[in-house]
Design a protein around this ligand. Structure first.
Ligand code: AGP
Length: 608
């Protein structure tokens, strides 16, 4: 996610902005910038790369005098990471400066209207639309202009804004992206997150959705979306900086698990327009979609696991044959691809060496390639013919959770798009799928709130030596990810097995008390998997089952049952994976493992 800082007070603003942005570096970013009012004009400086570049450029802020300013670290979503796309963004006469965290979903439509009115744009970002829209509505009253913009803009935004002709104020506006206000000794601050202000104050107010804050040196006033004054309460932050970076969570992994409802929503909602699937950046014509003879999914690790799920979804919905390949295998086995095969490379980092090599292998064969990537401007994003972003924001923990969930959403959207174009689903079926997709964030939230029960169960298995995860169909794909989550952070050996495969060898490993996790979400396979549960239980296994609400029959077979809310059979991975993520996390915590940085692992495997 991007980082925002703003300051107005008795001290020089620039050093405070740079210091605040440095406290937000953990959020991940690719460029940074600040704007300060120097007594006459708004002066902006911005640069690609690390914050150090900007600090050197501004002599740690000394070359940008002024008492009012805003700053930003950018995590690119729309527009590659470049100096030009870095924030702050300005209106044409540079009398308004804006920094933004979030996604303006209707920015293309607004940009076209502004271009038609003669506005000229300097960047490829969605944010710059806000700067020109403020200019369009500004007649001398900042609040009036801001509220008009809020009524026009769809999507998520945390905004810091300065108007050159009212330089005693910094404005903060929030919808869905976090933004706080800090009441300091010699001035007041805004920030995306608490760590940026802790050096100056612990008195913080969390701006709620559709609220505006106006800060001056001594005053902080709040307003609603209609510009009416509202009262707000301040909280005293007790966290230390380390805890604050994790938003009060013990680990980044837990924080990112709890961000999954938001990342699912952020990846989903910009692509749902009037109950149709619109993936603007995809750039595949209907003709190209109809011509796809096969989908080849290539990835590593958890990204590969989403591909195993996606096989069932694309084949079930769009009736397109799918092959799923491990990138490290694909790149060396001289694969046979037919010319109309679409090769989809999935990668959170966009830099995984094997996946990048697989992409190049497919391109060398002349195949159309599509990257499903989380990092804008990464190698895979740049080299793939087409790219679809998972807007999960920066993922800090080595073990992926929110990016995995966002990748699943990307697959569902692509499968629905392909199915609609190829006519394999009706409008009515599409509407049903979209209804189920929209409910996933709140259902994930419900499952996350069940964490204490999972934690108690996990504590019983901190000394486990072997754990098995079984399932059939999509449930097997879910088991693959559940097993990886456990072993990569708790160092406990674990294997995922197609439930029907157990009797072909592995069942000999089942002993008294061996934990077996059975995922049972595919109704047409309930009975088959339950018989596998009985097989392992009669050999002494303790069976934890993850199944759909209402499938109470399973309580006769399993020892411990976790229910997930009802959703479409193709989407159950998005829900069933939540308790398995929590299970792996709490076993690792119980063992005292370094959850965010497990031994021997890197967040992005950029070497073979
Ligand atoms: C998942 O928890 C692991 N960190 C790992 O399997 C990861 O999914 C894999 O290395 C692929 O990374 P990528 O998505 O960045 O390409």
């Amino acid at each position: 996610m991007c980082g925002i800082v703003g300051y107005v007070g008795k001290s020089q603003a620039a050093p405070i902005l740079l210091d605040g942005l440095a406290k937000l570096e953990y959020r991940g970013y690719d460029s940074a910038g600040i704007a300060v009012y120097d007594g006459e004009h708004l002066v902006g400086k911005k640069a690609m790369g690390r914050l150090k570049v900007l600090s050197e450029m501004t002599h740690d802020g000394a070359s940008m005098p002024g008492y009012v300013g805003i700053g930003h670290t950018r995590w690119a979503t729309h527009g590659a990471p470049t100096d030009n796309n870095a924030h702050p963004h300005f209106n044409e006469d540079e009398t308004i400066a804006v920094v933004h965290n979030g996604i303006i979903e209707n920015y293309l439509k607004l940009k076209k209207k502004l271009l038609d009115k003669g506005y000229r744009f300097q960047s490829d970002t969605d944010t710059e639309v806000v700067a020109h829209l403020l200019d369009y509505y500004y007649k001398g009253d900042p609040l009036e202009a801001i509220t008009k913009v809020m009524h026009r803009v769809d999507g998520s935004y945390a905004l810091g804004i300065i108007f050159a002709d009212q330089p005693q104020y910094v404005y903060a506006v929030r919808k869905d992206s976090p933004l706080i206000v800090g009441k300091g000794q010699d001035g007041n601050l805004i920030a995306s997150d608490v760590p940026a202000v802790l050096k100056y104050t612990r008195d913080v107010c969390f701006i709620e959705n559709q609220e505006i804050a106006r800060l001056s040196e001594r005053e902080i006033d709040f307003f609603n979306v209609d510009g009416e004054p509202i009262e707000k309460e301040y909280k005293t932050i007790e966290w230390d900086v380390n805890a604050a970076e994790k938003g009060g969570y013990e680990h980044f992994m837990l924080k990112e698990m709890y961000e999954q409802p938001k990342t699912v929503r952020d990846t989903l909602s910009p692509r749902l327009k009037d109950n149709q699937i619109e993936i603007e950046e995809l750039g595949l014509t209907d003709e190209e979609i109809r011509a796809i003879s096969r989908i080849r999914i290539v990835a590593c690790g958890s990204a590969y696991h989403t591909g195993v799920t996606a096989k069932y979804v694309y084949e079930g919905m769009a009736r397109i044959p799918v092959e799923v390949d491990l990138a490290s295998e694909f790149r060396y086995r001289n694969p046979i691809l037919d010319e109309k095969e679409l090769v989809i490379i999935i990668s959170q980092s966009g830099e995984t060496a094997d996946s990048l090599a697989a992409l190049r292998e497919a391109k060398a064969r002349g195949n159309m390639t599509l990257g499903i990537v989380n990092v804008v401007g990464s190698s895979i994003a740049r080299e793939a013919d087409k790219v679809m972003y998972t807007w999960a924001g920066p993922e800090i923990a080595v073990a992926t959770t929110k990016a995995y969930s966002a990748q699943l959403i990307a697959h569902y959207l692509l499968a629905l798009k392909f199915s609609t174009v190829r006519g394999t689903i009706t409008e009515e079926e599409l509407a049903g799928y979209i209804t189920d997709l929209k409910r996933l964030p709140e259902q994930i939230e419900l499952l996350l709130n069940n964490k204490e029960r999972i934690q108690r169960f996990a504590n019983r298995y901190v000394s486990a030596k072997d754990v098995f995860f079984i399932g059939r169909g999509i449930d097997y794909a879910i088991s693959l990810e559940g097993s990886l989550k456990l072993k990569e952070i708790s160092y406990i050996h674990s294997e995922a097995y197609a439930a029907g495969e157990l009797k072909h060898g592995t069942i000999s490993l089942i002993e008294d008390g061996t934990l077996v996790s059975a995922v049972v979400t595919q109704e047409d396979l309930y009975k088959k998997t339950i018989s596998n549960i009985v097989e392992v239980r009669t050999r002494g296994a303790f069976v934890m089952a993850v199944t759909n609400e209402g499938n109470t029959e399973i309580e006769k077979a399993a020892d411990y049952v976790i229910y997930i809310p009802q959703t479409n059979k193709y989407f159950t991975n998005s829900l069933a994976i939540i308790p398995l993520q929590l299970f792996g996390y709490y076993v690792a915590v119980g063992k005292g493992c370094d959850v965010d940085k497990p031994r021997n692992l890197a967040k992005s495997v950029t070497v073979e």
